[in-house]
Ligand binder design. Structure first.
Ligand code: FRU
Length: 493
């Protein structure tokens, strides 16, 4: 590692050590979500299974609970439940990345692990430069930077970033999030036969193409995946205006289903569908594991006006990744379900085969807690509505007349209730992951998902049901995921 990078890494390790007690004693630290050891985490990066281990890298500013010159933090695992904190993978030490090693992806080739990322450079005159860069590793832990492999092509502004690379039929492909010179968000396709020199095929999707209009000034973090014989482009557009129940967060993440012609860059696709209907979900990325599953992690946070009000800021950390979700396509809809491995965290099963609600507030014996999985199945809701109140702080509400499901929480700044709503055709199943300060609600086997952070009083463990109807109810406590800490002090010597 070059001296400059080693110094930055050392500084980040010191920051972790300095804040360790404060961070670890925060009652809002999560039990089974990946978080930064200090500072701000945003996008999941470089998701890959390499030599049998799962690797999750993440955008990380160790020095502030705000955005800045990003590092790549790194965790690895054999099962996505037992984790090991790895040494820092990338620190922004070189001229071509001096304002951040921005988001990107990972692939294995000929036994080596390649990281692709965006070198972000902000010049003194306020302009930017962007370089798509590569770092290579033989052990999945120590990386050697190879520098830029792709400069900004003609036709785009310097908002050109987040390379996602994949292999198909004997060739490497890459999509990049872009802004065209007339200020429209887009996704650009490249190909390569050696991972180091890349040729542009063309724009595959964007505002103004394929029936889209007013569809964002920048598209971040594209990811092209294959599900059930179709090509699915996941992307995070910035600049969509709220429209009814849609696009109510500052930025959105969603997908288009279609068919991509890899020769001509023609991508015929349908309409945009949001991946998550909650408050905190952005910049997801996927990878395919050796069981053939397509697995997604998202950033369970978003840059918005709420951010400076999260209570964890006082303890020098902010944000987390979502739980890993397996993706499947049914018709034109992406279904998401928590990966099976998460059931390793379950203990203390409590079951009510026929849980009945008769109107007033109902608590079921033993159904309470902070770190809990709830499964409500074969649901039958009568007369209007059904509600679950989580720890006195958030509520899930199903209106069976309107066929709408809403998640309501308190705004971090004002304390006033705020709501995200989604139409569904009926409610048959709810699978809910509660962690110390987060909720992930999977509706009807993952047809819709709501992800949100919330900050209940730490001592409140109540889960209260309201409405008329019945369902089967199972509840498990979810144990803390084990994370073997990296000995930063020793590692840095
Ligand atoms: C998305 C994003 C990416 C960028 C990264 C910087 O949240 O803005 O486009 O690479 O975060 O941290």
């Amino acid at each position: 590692m070059a001296e400059k990078e080693a110094l930055l890494v050392q500084k980040a390790y010191e920051e972790i050590e300095k804040n360790k007690v404060l961070v670890e004693n925060d009652p809002y630290r999560l039990n089974y979500h990946l978080m930064p050891p200090v500072g701000l985490l945003n996008d999941p990066n470089g998701l890959v299974q390499y030599k049998g281990s799962y690797h999750v890298f993440y955008q990380w500013n160790p020095f502030e609970t705000a955005h800045g010159a990003k590092f790549w933090g790194h965790y690895s695992s054999r099962d996505m439940v037992h984790w090991r904190e790895e040494p820092i993978a990338l620190a922004p030490s070189e001229w071509y990345e001096r304002n951040g090693c921005y988001s990107g992806s990972a692939v294995e080739w000929e036994g080596k692990l390649y990281l692709f990322y965006t070198g972000n450079v902000k010049l003194d005159d306020g302009t930017r430069e962007t370089y798509q860069c590569v770092a290579v590793s033989g052990d999945g832990v120590h990386f050697e930077k190879k520098g830029p492999v792709l400069k900004l092509p003609e036709g785009y502004t310097a908002h050109f970033r987040d390379p996602k690379v994949w292999w198909k039929d004997g060739r490497w492909y890459m999509v990049i999030g872009a802004q065209t010179l007339n200020g429209k968000g887009a996704t650009v396709l490249f190909s390569s036969d050696n991972l180091l020199s890349w040729t542009e095929t063309g724009l595959i999707a964007g505002d103004g193409m394929n029936g889209l209009s007013d569809f964002g000034y920048m598209w971040e973090c594209p990811d092209l995946i294959r599900l059930s014989g179709k090509d699915v482009l996941l992307v995070s557009p910035q600049g969509l205006d709220p429209s009814g129940h849609f696009y109510n967060n500052l930025f959105q993440s969603g997908y288009f289903v279609g068919q991509l012609d890899y020769e001509t860059a023609q991508f015929m696709h349908g309409t945009f569908t949001e991946l998550d209907r909650g408050f905190d979900f952005y910049a997801p990325q996927t990878f395919v594991d050796d069981k053939g599953r397509t697995i997604l992690y998202g950033w369970m946070g978003i840059t918005d006006e709420n951010e400076p009000h999260q209570p964890t800021l006082a303890n020098r950390w902010v944000h987390a990744l979502t739980i890993p979700r397996e993706l499947n396509l049914r018709g034109e809809k992406v279904y998401q379900r928590p990966i099976d491995e998460l059931s390793m965290l379950r203990k203390n099963r409590i079951e009510y085969k026929d849980a009945e609600l008769a109107g007033p507030a109902t608590e079921f014996n033993g159904v309470k807690g902070k770190s809990v999985e709830l499964l409500l199945d074969t649901m039958r809701v009568e007369f209007g509505g059904f509600r679950i109140r989580f720890r006195g702080e958030a509520e899930l509400f199903y209106d069976s007349d309107k066929r709408e499901i809403s998640l309501i929480r308190k705004n971090f700044k004002s304390g006033e209730p705020e709501r995200r709503t989604c139409e569904i055709s009926g409610l048959s199943q709810l699978r809910i992951y509660m962690d110390n300060s987060s909720l992930e609600v999977f509706v009807n086997e993952g047809e819709e998902v709501f992800s949100a952070r919330y900050f209940p009083k730490p001592e409140n463990e109540t889960i209260i049901f309201y409405g008329m109807g019945n369902f089967s109810l199972a509840k498990w406590d979810l144990e803390k995921m084990s994370i073997e800490r990296y000995n930063f002090q020793r590692g840095a010597l």
